[in-house]
Write a protein that binds this ligand. Sequence first.
Ligand code: GDG
Length: 472
Amino acid sequence: SAHATGSTTAADLVVVSNRLPVDRSPEDEQWRPSPGGLVAALEPVLQSTGGAWVGWPGQPDLALDPFSFDGMELVPVELSAEDLELFYEGFSNDTIWPLYHDVISPPAYHRDWWEAYVRVNERYAHAAASVAAENATVWVHDYQLQLVPRMLRELRPDVIIGYFHHIPFPAYGIYSQLPWRTQVLEGLLGADVIGFQRVADAGNFARAVRRRLGFETKAGSIRVPTADGSVRTAIAKAYPISIDASVYDELARRPDVQQRAREIRESLGDPDVVLFGVDRLDYTKGIGHRLKAYGELLADGRLDVERVTLVQVASPSRERVAAYMQLRDEIELTVGRINGDYDTVGHTAIRYLHHSYPREEMVALYLAADVMLVTALRDGMNLVAKEYVASRVDGDGVLVLSEFTGAADELTQAVRVNPHDIEGLKDAITAAIEMPVAERRRRMRALRRRVRDHDVERWSRAFLTDLDEVTR
Ligand code: GDG
């Protein structure tokens, strides 16, 4: 029941993110909601407040007027092919992304990328300023838009501004590489509330502000001097994001989804143990480390392909960025070698899938997986870990979880790993496979309680409540 009609109104709540929460189908040109936790959490709030969402509609050089969709006002920001190359693929995904994930891949610093980042952030700030009502609340999302809070404050000193950072914020020793480190901090400090995934990220940010700008920070409050010579307070605090757990719970209880989970196991040759990994094909996710550990377990004879299969979904991501092309080549070479060495005619070591799947299929895969492998080298949160837990309505299944994810702060009953320690990772995988059923169930019960009680609705409420308490 999604109707798109042209309109413009002033909104009391405005969400700003790189992408609008809709996709236009190339076949029938109709807008459809893009599934995701953020949309699920914010859509009801926006609908009840008559809110607006500012973002890129997903196609280059598409000039569109604001339109209503599903009870929200959508405000498209136009990005040219050049903007996408310099601002999105360049500065966002080849400078900030690797730098903020502890330089797993070397960040590239290019002045023309930075100039595009400034120019495009200005465009988002103007779009938000144009749609926000008097004294509205504006909630800006993520690393592509770090300059928007300050730009927006200059354009619209009346609005309350929140910013949520979905990825890690690195230690100062790493952050300080950024040639524009001062401007980015000043950009973020335009917000009244600056939210992070983990307590450690908020701490890293506050330290960077102290070291770089010399502002006083105390227990998450930052004293920011203003142009008129007074001082205002910005809050830097952790709000760990989550998922709409009930959606996964309901899907996992559907008979057709459970039937599909059984079919998946059958089509894999009915192995005793299914190991599962699903990630965007990204160098932060530790897919190579996971494959190395698994390959060695097969080589050592500790695992046998007649008994065990690894299913790895690697969804296509950022395919025009060189580091991602190189990663894909590396991963596919490794998968080919392992399969060539260990496959039998009837059984495969790794079922590798470079595809994106509908959510039903994802949940069926979660249900089919005895052991879920999340081995990220650095990850803001990692929602896959939470989705696996929420999908295990049978109370079984083991989560192996990297300590370098935000999720590890919360999901303490997972089997914790340091993915850099290949021996430790191998031991964790075998421990997960051999874990007695009583222990599996005890751990899963605690994990499920955590995810159910801390869902995405609670996350957005916590953030918006803190924003509500800001006074101008
Ligand atoms: C960033 C931060 C933070 C993946 N493949 C398919 C598919 N997915 C879905 C997963 C999950 C989402 O994509 C991935 O979320 P993650 O949290 O695991 O990782 P990032 O994409 O890197 O997200 C991260 C997050 O923002 C939120 O703040 O947790 O740390 O890096 O929902 O299920 N979904 C479908 N088909 C696929 O093939 N349907």
